[in-house]
Design a protein around this ligand. Structure first.
Ligand SMILES: Cc1cc2nc3c(=O)[nH]c(=O)nc-3n(C[C@H](O)[C@H](O)[C@H](O)COP(=O)(O)OP(=O)(O)OC[C@H]3O[C@@H](n4cnc5c(N)ncnc54)[C@H](O)[C@@H]3O)c2cc1C
Ligand SMILES: O=C(O)[C@@H]1CCCCN1
Length: 388
């Protein structure tokens, strides 16, 4: 027999954005159901793995502004669950000083008075002897930045949500959505109804939105998550005061290259390319392109001489990328009680707590705490028309 249950809100997708949205809804006394297609925890979306970078260094002010509150909300979840979710390491932002990309980071950090150190070549050589700064490159350290313990963070948000009475049903794939003043969501095991629905389905966003005749211009890409062996274990470790780093677009790499100090796998440093090759979320193993790995190998051999220049471990993860690389945080254009959080374009984890707050505000009909114009669906009008 089918179960039938009524809730105030249903959230589809228990990645970082769905978990924090559910957590915020429960804090606002909403009877909330969080549905996840896979058994938790899983490594088939975008939020798995031990670590993510958190930073205020951004090219746009609006992200740096949102980070103020993000840091506070991460610390709040740490207190609520008595867990450590953040380790401060700083992030080195480095790249060609005369290129716009590097300048945008520098200007945003300055304008927003983010505590930042500017390293001269001599200081760089002294502080970071195992990294290379080439002539013409600038180097800044956003000292607020660090590492978030990602898997642990998801567990913390889920358990706090449950402690507030929230319900998680994993292994329940949503098969159909019927919009209306009460939204009906169907899975293989039941039918659930709620006053509002929040879709945070990561790479599967468009599959779910197709039930409501909406397709966003999202591209799903597979990221090869590469770990590189230290020639001397610990050289690039957080204990050796090695920061995270972000190399801005440079010769041979159109997108950023970023890395985190060795941590989760002792002796191995995670370094990835901020783009991959297009894939389908249920068939990402078919995507075997290694272009990103080749770009990374070249980078490692030039800039990080203390690492072996071939990856020791390669895992995978997915990005869901919008044309401008900004998020989608909005209502469905015709069904106003359906809220969409999508297209986090490979940089959404650190924003989880504020994304959850914004999606919760939208679902409760409150005025959102932030100007959402960079995140509106409306901005894709031309893309969406041309794809009809
Ligand atoms: C390699 C890599 C490195 C990254 N590094 C950083 C970083 O350093 N800093 C940072 O801030 N961000 C980073 N990101 C980006 C960040 O991890 C993502 O933006 C974020 O995880 C997106 O979360 P999500 O909740 O939108 O998606 P997901 O985590 O994919 O969650 C969506 C969930 O919805 C579920 N779902 C889908 N369809 C259905 C259905 N029909 N029924 C039920 N459930 C469904 C899925 O199973 C999934 O669990 C990185 C991403 C990758 C891949
Ligand atoms: O969000 C981040 O911080 C990482 C590093 C930079 C590229 C995007 N992903």
């Amino acid at each position: 027999m089918l179960q039938q249950r009524d809730y105030d809100c249903i959230v589809i997708g228990a990645g970082v954005q769905g978990c924090f949205t559910a957590y915020q809804l429960a804090k606002n006394n909403q009877r909330t159901l969080l549905l996840e297609q896979f058994l938790l925890p899983h490594s088939r979306g975008s939020s798995h793995g031990q670590t993510r970078i958190i930073r205020k260094a951004y090219e746009q002010d609006f992200y740096t502004h949102m980070m103020e509150e993000c840091y506070q909300l991460w610390a709040q979840l740490e207190r609520e669950t008595n867990t450590t979710l953040f380790r401060r390491t700083g992030i080195l932002v480095k790249g060609p000083e005369d290129e716009r990309d590097f300048q945008l980071f520098r200007e945003t950090l300055q304008r927003n008075r983010v505590p930042t150190e500017t390293l001269t070549p001599d200081e760089f050589a002294r502080r970071l002897p195992h990294m290379v700064l080439q002539t013409g490159e600038g180097a800044l350290i956003d000292t607020t930045a660090g590492v978030l313990y990602a898997d642990r963070a998801l567990r913390a948000a889920q358990s706090y949500f449950q402690s507030l009475g929230g319900v998680i049903k994993d292994g329940e794939k949503v098969l159909n959505i019927q919009p209306g003043s009460t939204v009906t969501v169907t899975t293989a095991s039941g039918e659930y109804r709620a006053k509002s629905l929040i879709i945070t389905a990561g790479p599967w966003a468009n599959t779910l939105l197709s039930h409501m005749g909406l397709q966003l211009p999202l591209t799903v890409v597979k990221i090869n998550v590469c770990y590189w062996r230290e020639k001397v274990p610990g050289t690039y470790g957080a204990d050796a005061h090695c920061p995270c780093f972000l190399q801005t677009a440079s010769e041979g790499a159109e997108y950023h290259i970023y890395g985190l100090p060795s941590n989760e796998y002792p002796g191995l440093v995670k370094i990835c390319y901020h783009m991959g090759s297009e894939t389908e979320p249920d068939r990402r193993d078919r995507q075997t392109d290694q272009t990103d790995v080749r770009i990374l190998s070249r980078f490692v051999s030039i800039y990080l001489p203390g690492l072996e220049p071939e990856p020791a471990v390669v895992e995978s993860c997915m990005y869901t990328v919008t044309p401008d690389h900004h998020f989608v945080l909005d209502r469905h254009p015709t069904h106003k009680n359906i809220i969409i959080g999508a297209g986090f374009s490979g940089h959404g984890f650190k924003f989880g707590p504020v994304v959850g707050k914004i999606l919760c505000e939208l679902s409760l009909g409150k005025v959102p705490s932030y100007d959402l114009s960079p995140f509106r669906i409306q901005r894709f009008q031309t893309h969406m028309k041309s794809s009809l």
